[in-house]
Write a protein of this length. Structure first.
Length: 94
């Protein structure tokens, strides 16, 4: 049976980025306690996080139109899914 293995990198505050790209910042934008207008809550539970990062952070895909003007109109949603996976082997070095 075919197994799909996700090789995506975790995105987190302070993660390494390529030179010149913006730092990754993740912060709490709003809490349930704020939405419920609770004064002086003893516990903070995030309801919405704010993400600040460049588009080239972590695992990403460049659409063809990102590569040059000659690829105008070839945006990510027009690229076939078959371009994003391939066969592979898994080596266990444990």
């Amino acid at each position: 049976m075919t197994e799909i293995i996700d090789l995506s990198q975790e995105i987190y505050s302070g993660m390494p980025v390529f030179n010149g790209l913006p730092d990754v910042k993740i912060s709490i934008h709003a809490t349930h306690e704020q939405w419920d207008e609770m004064p002086n809550p003893t516990t903070i539970t995030p309801s919405v996080y704010k993400l600040e990062l460049g588009e080239h952070t972590g695992t990403h895909v460049d659409a063809l139109n990102h590569m040059g003007r000659q690829f105008v109109g070839q945006s990510i949603e027009k690229m076939p899914l078959s371009m994003f996976y391939t066969s592979g082997i898994c080596l266990d070095f444990s």
